[in-house]
Design a protein around this ligand. Structure first.
Ligand code: NAD
Length: 287
């Protein structure tokens, strides 16, 4: 019989995750048996108790012990679980964050497919988009992955802003250390009008635009037709920011590509098989 696979996701509040469906449907197309389970740190463990984030290392070791082939890792464990792994891919080491772990011959190897996912989505959805000066709003987990991807794709300069200045400062320092001093610039929100007026593109990486955080992440009048606009939010796919940008004639990229490509890259790492990325993109748009 064909080999079967046991995979899953560690994170907090991951009940609604699309990852189980994306991975299991792709496995079906290969005629594989693959189970993808959510190991939710916010799930009740008994009367009145939840596991909590501190249980993540224990879950990781348990998954390895019972024979999982691999795991995806999400908020709030992408950085904290690194110390519990045996080896890191170059992208994961550079970023200091993992979203995929592969167990092989007893070893746990961490990867980051958010970086590769955004890169492939951008290449597919905004081919040839100028990368001279990009403004990025949001310097959290997704923002860190996307900014590394932008420099990896050849961005020249990146202006970063976040409502939490400490996040902006931390990510800017990290990027300048990796990619060359002065290429990342920390800006406060008040500096966005000037930065956007002369930018080639805008990347949005805050949760604003999700159902729980509706609306626009910045004043509409800062958008103009000379920008391309890339979104990280993917639920919904069509955010208020993308609607406004399209109305102005901007080239746009939704967050679905990054989500589908990161899953496709993780599927390849788990199984060694080549994913049907176009079908995974279609699944994501329909789920
Ligand atoms: P996070 O909490 O790590 O970071 C969010 C950042 O946004 C924080 O630094 C916060 O200070 C900042 N922020 C929030 N509201 C802001 C505002 N109004 N103006 C300026 N800054 C603001 O969260 P995250 O993990 O980076 O996730 C962000 C979004 O990206 C979520 O919607 C998540 O679903 C999405 N995401 C998408 C993908 C994908 O594959 N497409 C992958 C990861 C995350």
């Amino acid at each position: 019989p064909a080999r079967s696979y046991l995979t899953g996701l560690i994170g907090s509040g991951i009940g609604p995750s699309l990852s189980p469906a994306l991975h299991e449907r792709e496995a079906d197309r290969h005629g594989l048996r693959l189970l993808y389970r959510t190991l939710d740190l916010a799930a009740p463990t008994g009367p009145g108790g939840v596991r909590g984030a501190e249980a993540a290392p224990e879950l990781l070791q348990a998954a390895r012990a019972v024979g999982f082939d691999g795991l995806n890792i999400t908020h709030p464990c992408k950085q904290s679980l690194i110390d519990h792994l045996d080896e890191l891919s170059p992208e994961a080491a550079e970023l200091g964050a993992v979203n995929t772990v592969v167990f092989r011959k007893g070893r746990a190897v961490g990867h980051n497919t958010d970086v590769t996912g955004f890169t492939q989505s951008f290449a597919r959805g905004l081919p040839g988009a100028p990368l001279g000066h990009v403004v990025q709003l949001g310097a959290g987990g997704a923002g860190a992955a996307v900014s590394h991807a932008l420099f990896g794709m050849g961005a020249d300069r990146l202006t970063l802003a976040d409502k939490d200045p400490a996040r902006t400062e931390w990510l800017t320092a990290d990027l300048n250390h990796r990619f060359g001093h002065g290429r990342a610039i920390a800006a406060d929100l008040a500096a966005l009008p000037e930065a956007l007026a002369r930018a080639d593109g805008l990347v949005h990486a805050t949760p604003v635009g999700m159902a729980a955080h509706p609306g626009l992440p910045l004043p509409a009048e800062l958008l103009h037709g000379g920008l391309w606009v890339a979104e990280v939010v993917y639920r919904p796919l069509n955010t208020e920011l993308l609607r406004q940008a399209r109305r102005l004639g901007c080239r746009t990229l939704d967050g679905g590509g990054m989500a589908a490509f990161q899953a496709a890259d993780a599927f390849r790492l788990f199984t060694g098989l080549e994913p049907h990325t176009d079908r995974m993109l279609e699944d994501l748009a329909r789920l």
